[in-house]
Design a protein around this ligand. Sequence first.
Ligand SMILES: [Zn+2]
Length: 119
Amino acid sequence: MTTCEHRPVRVGRIDVAACADCGVVEWGSAFGPVDPAEALTVLFGNFELIGRLEALGAPAPVVLAYRAPGFRKRANLDAFPRRTWLRATPDLWMSHDGETLLLAPTREIVFENLTRRRA
Ligand SMILES: [Zn+2]
């Protein structure tokens, strides 16, 4: 393990410590431990699916691209370092460039859940 420090940032009721050095995301909340998938839903659940990409250099073969519904929700991305893949949950990697959120699920079931949510 590296010796990088992980300092949480509070986003609403969610605490995020996202590390560009080791790709780890640690989740917490003002009320104690939080399920990573639930935290993702709180931060990005109303983002709009805008497309899917055949991913080059990503940790999964297909990447889903999302756009924030507005300026305030887009600011949730700022808690995460840009242009690096982060392991948001055991089965889901994420990245962003300040505008577009990319989610790369490494298991088919996660992919199906993500794509069905907007159906
Ligand atoms: Zn780290």
